[in-house]
Design a protein. Structure first.
Length: 85
């Protein structure tokens, strides 16, 4: 990740690399999440991914599979945004 600009490159399931800006990171309960905004012109939707670490301490971003967890994380992020605005 480029710390100056908060830019991260991810590779999707089809092997296509895409750059994202990390808009925010925050914790819900004991888990960390990141909000990513794609830098491509085609996609204007932000993504919320779970931050995890592998056995070597390397950062891994994963989809939130559990609907209840996802709903809780979205609500927490919306509350943070409402507080800022």
């Amino acid at each position: 990740m480029d710390n100056e600009n908060n830019i991260i490159s991810l590779i999707d399931e089809e092997g296509v690399e895409q750059d994202f800006e990390v808009i925010a990171t925050f914790d819900v309960e004991e888990n960390e999440y990141a909000v990513l905004y794609p830098l491509s012109e085609e996609d204007e939707e932000a993504y919320i991914l779970k931050v995890e670490y592998d056995e070597n301490g390397e950062l891994i971003l994963t989809n939130i599979e559990d609907k209840d967890e996802f709903d809780d994380v979205v609500a927490a992020y919306e509350a943070i945004v409402d507080e800022i605005i």
